[in-house]
Write a protein that binds this ligand. Structure first.
Ligand code: ARG
Length: 519
């Protein structure tokens, strides 16, 4: 039945944007109406340059960001005990590990750049794929930018208070502090957007330098933590037993897991460059199997270090844990030093996130999903300035009502809905197209586990934090009428009559103009 449809598809010279399920669009601007097995045979247009080591550094560099310096507080306060928060960090890691292995199968079987978009398109057709792009632009990208900027602001403001005021008691009240955070986060987004608009080279340089900062920060925290641990730290925190005080409600764990998962977010990003990998079938699973255990280990060690140095009462309350850590070990100046390292790391993360986000908007505009202005490239700077501007505005809209926790919840509901749909798509494809070439086959239990856990993660917040959850759902659903509108618009637009009429109009206009120039 599917194949018949493909043969009928003869009028592909018409520039319609109406997508049929079997069409594939990869992000290098090529429109390829093919069935899945034909897609696999098609040579990619992109240069294949990403190898194992590039993939590994890409994943580790993308995943480790703001989260490990901001999430430990919310995780600990929801989980309730030292032992349980370490369990939550571990469970989060295992969950994204099962997700990434499933994504590795998808990336090897559909070796296109564009990640979820391409997989959703194949598994379910164009509407879910459209909704994914729509949600990525309006929710996921601005949401994650806003979270990173908020963490940046939190740390920078603490540095400013520390240098400006002698006494802790002179620091702004909680309410004023929240406003200072929003202002600082907005400044961060504007500055980073300008860097990205001004020069690609400047943006990538900034990125390279600042990535080093977070690795230094994490390494130093871990080493200090273990020195303290050797001297008998941590004892105070586990006096009543390591699981003493653990929460007993499912909803609490869902929220704890969400905060933890933010720190692991970005685990799916290797799939976005699958089309540029030398050997996706071999390297996608290999990078996952090496990279994610490194990240998990790194996060567990860092958390143990936090608990070794700080009392759990501080861990549960703080949202600038690295600052408290530094202060506890080295006094005030140490706190500032650590806060600076984290702020630099977040600035780098925001830079990378705005860079890719700008490209997502740019591509959507080139695909006809967004007005053409957002696909413009600045003539001098050679960057998608309008796309970057739109992204900055959307991000600031998220910053204004949000805090770290509300933004993480909002972001996660939307993100995990699509992680679920994508991984479920793997199961659908196994069943619908069993003979397809699958260079890497994941053990089928893996995506099934992932789907079950993510279903729990998607439904729980609707009970616990209905406002953020409904907002996320609202954004996604708002894409549905848009999809029908743009489909209808393109149908009308592509009929010959209107096109010819418009062409003749423009011809007449040009005649009139050249005529009037001579007078
Ligand atoms: N895990 C990262 C952090 O802790 C967030 C990465 C967000 N980026 C993304 N592409 N989803 O800051």
């Amino acid at each position: 039945e599917d194949e018949d449809e493909d043969e009928d598809y003869s009028d592909n010279d018409q520039q319609t944007f109406f997508r049929r399920p079997s069409e594939v669009f990869d992000f290098d601007d090529h429109r390829i109406p093919l069935s899945l097995s034909e897609t696999q045979k098609r040579p990619s247009q992109l240069k294949k340059e990403v190898g194992f080591i590039n993939g590994l550094t890409l994943v580790i560099g993308l995943v480790i960001g703001s989260g490990i310096f901001a999430s430990p507080g919310p995780v600990a306060s929801h989980a309730g005990s030292v032992g349980m928060s370490l369990v939550v960090w571990f469970v989060c890691g295992v969950l994204v590990f099962t997700g990434a292995l499933s994504y590795a199968e998808l990336g090897a079987e559909i070796p296109l750049s564009g990640g979820e978009y391409a997989y959703l398109n194949h598994a379910y057709g164009s509407l879910p794929a459209f909704l994914y792009s729509w949600t990525a632009i309006t929710c996921l990208k601005p949401g994650s930018n806003a979270i990173i900027a908020t963490v940046f602001a939190e740390y920078v403001n603490r540095i400013i208070y520390h240098t400006a005021f002698e006494n802790e008691s002179d620091h702004p009240t909680e309410k004023t502090h929240q406003w200072f955070n929003k202002i600082m986060a907005t400044i961060c987004i504007i500055v980073v957007s300008f860097i990205n608009a001004y020069s690609v080279k400047l943006a990538t340089r900034t990125q390279d330098i600042l990535t080093a900062f977070k690795l230094v920060a994490l390494a130093v925290i871990t080493i200090i933590g273990f020195v303290v641990l050797g001297k008998g730290g941590l004892k105070n925190n586990i006096e009543g037993g390591i699981f003493e005080g653990s929460s007993t409600t499912a909803g609490d764990y869902a929220l704890a897991i969400y905060s933890g998962l933010w720190a692991y977010d970005g685990w799916n990003n290797l799939n976005f460059v699958a089309g540029e990998m030398k050997n996706p079938a071999r390297d996608l699973p290999r990078v996952t199997m090496v990279g994610l255990p490194i990240v998990i280990l790194c996060y567990l060690l860092t958390n143990v270090a936090y608990y070794a140095v700080l009392p759990s009462s501080v861990v549960t309350k703080t949202n600038t844990i690295a600052l408290d850590f530094g202060r506890q070990v080295f006094g005030g100046a140490g706190g500032i030093l650590f806060a600076l390292l984290v702020a630099a790391s977040c600035f780098g993360a925001a830079n990378g996130s705005l860079f890719t986000g700008g490209r997502v908007i740019y591509v959507a505009s080139r695909e006809g999903y967004l007005p053409a202005v957002f696909g413009r490239i600045h003539s001098k700077w050679n960057t998608p300035t309008m796309a970057l501007a739109l992204q900055a505005v959307l991000t600031i809209i998220m910053i204004i009502p949000g805090t770290f926790t509300t933004l993480v919840n909002f972001y996660s509901v939307a993100a995990w809905l699509f992680y679920f749909l994508t991984t479920f798509g793997l199961i659908v494809l196994r069943w619908r197209e069993p003979t397809l070439n699958r260079p890497y086959r994941v053990w089928i239990t893996t995506p099934i586990i992932f789907c079950f856990v993510s279903l729990f993660l998607i439904t729980m917040p609707f009970v616990m934090v209905p406002l953020e959850s409904l907002a996320a759902l609202g954004f996604i659903v708002a894409g549905v009428p848009l999809w029908y509108m743009q489909a209808k618009f393109n149908e009308i637009w592509s009929t010959k009559g209107i096109k010819q009429y418009l062409a003749s109009l423009s011809q007449r206009f040009h005649q009139w103009r050249s005529h009037s120039q001579y007078q």
